[in-house]
Design a protein around this ligand. Structure first.
Ligand code: FAD
Ligand code: NAD
Length: 477
């Protein structure tokens, strides 16, 4: 007879492993099916995020930022460093070490919480049975009162530039996190989050980065005032960003990759040493459910779910990148917690309006809530408060005084509707707005909150004061 669990989670990324841990904390007998094999050839938990996503990319962003700062950014402080040398092997070894520490940490958390890790490929059958094909090919079937599908996503391919990470010429994000030499030129298809983050890594390490983006609007999800500033700053840093550029074909040569693209000025051809394809990601749903399971899929292969991540099948849920909404680790994790609590009979809840976004470029870009263009389109009356980091003492001391904080508040109720930041530690600052919005705060609430001096947070405070024209350290207009 098939072994029975209270919950079987398929997928051990940030959505699945968090769901599994929370289920176990709530006293549910829980197993997690995960098939990932890491760069050492060992089974690993943590999914895209820990193995080839958030963690290795942020590790390389930090290392490359330090290198760039010591090489080019520190002389202004009156510090002159000579003989700065890049040791890319050590940088990559550090990245791999951090990935291993964190992924091993998840397996330790599974043990401590009593989550059973079933290694292999999981597939939903009828009646909440799950088939597991082990790495040795042995097939087992288990049964569960509840199943949570958290199989994540993978890069979208385009016919004009077929990816081959092993060959290393045309790569996706996984390949671009693992170059063993700094390419002299790096072409990037797609000026989205991955293109800009990984483009920044290699640009700081010395590559000439050329970005080809199909649409005309740069970072269309971002508040357009912030996006325009970002485009200006990235171009100033030396990134060659072409908007409205469609790649038609690529050809591998002895020297790299020939890229043919079209824009409003006609046809063009460039030669790059390596080419990164970063045009979005799609859900991993190809082999996740047998037809007899009856699982319903929605548009573009996403698993169809309601606002509580319930699928069309009783007791079957889906969370993370495999369902609608932003493909962000923290969104998936919070969905995992919500579903675990619902299964345990608690009122699970997730406020989709307060999910923060961060792009870890330099300067960082971070936001929560509505953009100005969305408020206009929805006809919601709003007021703007903003403050430039050029007038913030801490940002000046750090020599990172580019960018601004922009707050949007309802014109009648003053409720905070959005916060948009480009500048130093935007990723951290935005959390103040997330918390404020979670508590339905007004701009007045932020304006009346004491902020320490001198801190970057004073820019948040001044932006809140500026909503009502009473910023203290800029001229109110
Ligand atoms: P995944 O992390 O993709 O995990 C799914 C897991 O399911 C995988 O381990 C996979 O092996 C397993 N699996 C799939 N099918 C099966 C099956 N049938 N049986 C068993 N196991 C299966 N997000 C952020 O919030 N912040 C960032 O800074 C950030 N940076 C990123 C950088 C890069 C380069 C990339 C590629 C992504 C980044 N993301 C970031 C996005 C983030 O990685 C994803 O949103 C997140 O990993 C989604 O979590 P998930 O658990 O839904 O899926
Ligand atoms: P993306 O959706 O952020 O950007 C893709 C870009 O490629 C878009 O601007 C799109 O217009 C463009 N594009 C699409 N087809 C194209 C084509 N044929 N030619 C040229 N341009 C084309 O996708 P991504 O950068 O691949 O990242 C995928 C997802 O991973 C992100 O949406 C995000 O959810 C997640 N991610 C998050 C972080 C973070 O939170 N810091 C970091 C990396 C990835």
């Amino acid at each position: 007879m098939a072994k029975t669990y209270d919950v079987v989670v398929i997928g051990g990324g940030p959505a699945g492993y968090v769901a599994a841990i929370r289920c176990a904390q709530l006293g549910l007998e829980t197993a997690c099916v995960e098939k990932w094999i890491n760069f050492k050839g060992d089974p690993a938990l943590g999914g895209t995020c820990l193995n080839v996503g958030c963690i290795p990319s942020k590790t390389l962003l930090e290392s490359s930022e330090q290198y760039h700062h010591i090489k080019d950014g520190i002389a202004n402080h009156g510090i002159h460093v000579e003989g700065v040398r890049l040791d890319l092997d050590q940088m990559m070894a550090r990245k791999e070490d951090i990935v291993l520490q964190l992924t091993n940490g998840i397996s330790a958390l599974f043990k401590a919480n009593g989550v059973e890790w079933l290694q292999g490929h999981g597939k939903l059958l009828a009646n909440r049975q799950v088939e597991i094909t082990g790495h040795d090919g042995v097939v087992d079937v288990v049964s569960a009162d509840n199943v949570i599908i958290a199989t994540g996503s993978r890069p979208i391919d385009i016919g004009a530039a077929p990816v081959d990470n092993a060959e290393g010429l045309i790569v996706d994000s996984t390949g671009a996190l693992d170059f063993r030499q700094v390419p002299a030129t790096l072409g990037v298809i797609g000026a989205g989050v991955i293109g800009l983050e990984l483009g920044s890594v290699w640009s700081r390490l010395g590559s000439k980065v050329i970005v080809l983006e199909a649409v005309e609007d740069f970072l269309s999800l971002v508040d357009q005032q912030i996006a325009r500033d970002a485009l200006r700053q990235f171009r100033k840093q030396g990134m060659d960003i072409h908007m409205g550029a469609r790649v038609i074909a690529t050809r591998k040569t002895a020297n790299g990759v020939e890229v043919h693209f079209k824009d409003k000025d006609g046809d063009h051809e460039i030669m790059v040493e390596k080419l990164l394809v970063s045009v979005g990601r799609r859900p991993n749903t190809d082999d996740v459910a047998a037809p007899e399971s009856g699982l319903l899929f929605g548009e573009r292969g996403y698993i169809h779910v309601d606002e509580h991540c319930a699928t069309n099948l009783p007791g079957v849920y889906a969370v993370g990148d495999v369902v609608r909404g932003p493909m962000l680790a923290h969104k998936g994790s919070e969905e995992g917690v919500m579903v675990a609590e619902i299964i345990a009979g608690q009122p699970g809840h997730l406020n989709y309006d307060t999910i923060p976004w961060v792009i870890y470029t330099s300067p960082e870009i971070a936001w929560v809530g509505k953009t100005e263009q969305a408020l206009k389109a929805e006809g919601i009356p709003y007021k703007i408060g903003s403050f430039p980091f050029s007038a913030n003492g801490r940002a000046k001391a750090m020599d990172h005084a580019n960018g601004m904080v922009k707050l949007l508040a309802h014109a009648e109720t003053d409720t905070l509707l959005g916060c948009h930041i480009i500048g130093p530690f935007a990723s951290e600052l935005v959390q103040e707005a997330v918390l404020a919005m979670e508590f339905n705060a007004s701009s007045e609430d932020l304006a009346r909150t004491i902020h320490g001096h001198p801190t970057l947070y004073e820019a948040m405070h001044e932006a809140a004061l500026s909503v009502h024209g009473r910023a203290l350290h800029k001229i109110n207009t």
